[in-house]
Design a protein. Structure first.
Length: 264
């Protein structure tokens, strides 16, 4: 499970790059019950999402030419500059060089050797989001990739991640679960799935990360997705031992998963 103590290599932040910030704010407010708080910065359009008063995600204007609207997931690191050097040594690409965000922390963004985009956060006064693993907040992260073995090796070099495997229902392949370095399996925070390029039509064959949000009722949340201009790629369906889930797209095509976890 994800927690807010943010062990090194654990997801600690996420933000959405959207072509229409007000539309995205309205969509996620309706679907996940988030409250949007605009930044007091006229030079930058964006702000924070809160759930029950706690920060759960960020939102900003999509400015990269030709980029699709997508969620960016950040992983906690003690030293963003050292991580950047590790990414380059392992064959990744630096998209955004390490930079300070006032006193809050230091961030950088990368592309792994297969094309998956991710980011890191070196905490300052802010460690990351304030609510996780609760309805309306981040509960898991997933990488859809074309080569799990290569992806596992890359991220192991960068973060020291530990992996375990389980067979997916219906003989659909192996799911590779991620645990931060030195942490028990109870601290699993994500998974990797291998797909062919033809199955990654959302990104024209390029691997991608997406977030999983916990919800109280998967079917009711999916209904809100479609009622508010989004769409459903898969589900809702039951995953044994996991819960009821659906893969959704928001109004601008950014993908995310909603999951009603199985009660333990």
């Amino acid at each position: 499970m994800i927690t807010t103590d943010f062990a090194p290599g654990a997801p600690c932040w996420l933000d959405l790059g959207a072509p229409d910030v007000p539309a995205a704010a309205a969509f996620y407010s309706a679907v996940l019950g988030w409250d949007y708080e605009s930044m007091d910065d006229e030079s930058m359009e964006g702000g924070m999402f809160r759930k029950d008063g706690k920060i759960v995600a960020g939102l900003g204007k999509l400015t990269e030419e030709g980029a699709r609207s997508a969620w960016m997931i950040y992983y906690s690191v003690p030293d963003a500059d050292a991580t950047t050097q590790a990414v380059e040594r392992a064959g990744g690409t630096v998209r955004v060089a390490p930079m300070d965000l006032d006193e809050w922390g230091r961030m950088a963004q990368y592309t792994d050797p297969l094309g998956g985009q991710f980011a890191v956060w070196q905490p300052g006064t802010s460690k990351g989001v304030e609510l996780v693993d609760q309805p309306g907040s981040l509960s898991w992260t997933e990488l859809m990739t074309t080569d799990v073995a290569a992806a596992k090796e890359f991220y192991r070099e960068i973060f020291g991640w530990q992996y375990s495997e389980m067979e997916m229902p219906g003989g659909e392949g192996t799911y590779h679960m991620i645990t931060p370095a030195g942490q028990p399996e109870e601290r699993m925070h994500g998974g990797l799935v291998e797909l062919g390029k033809e199955d990654l039509s959302l990104t024209n064959g390029r691997p991608y990360w997406h977030p999983v949000f916990a919800v109280d009722d998967c079917d009711a949340t999916v209904a809100k997705v479609t009622e508010n201009g989004g769409s459903v790629q898969m589900g809702p369906e039951d995953a044994e031992g996991v819960g009821r889930l659906a893969v959704c797209l928001d109004r601008a095509g950014a993908d995310f998963v909603v999951l009603k976890p199985t009660e333990s």
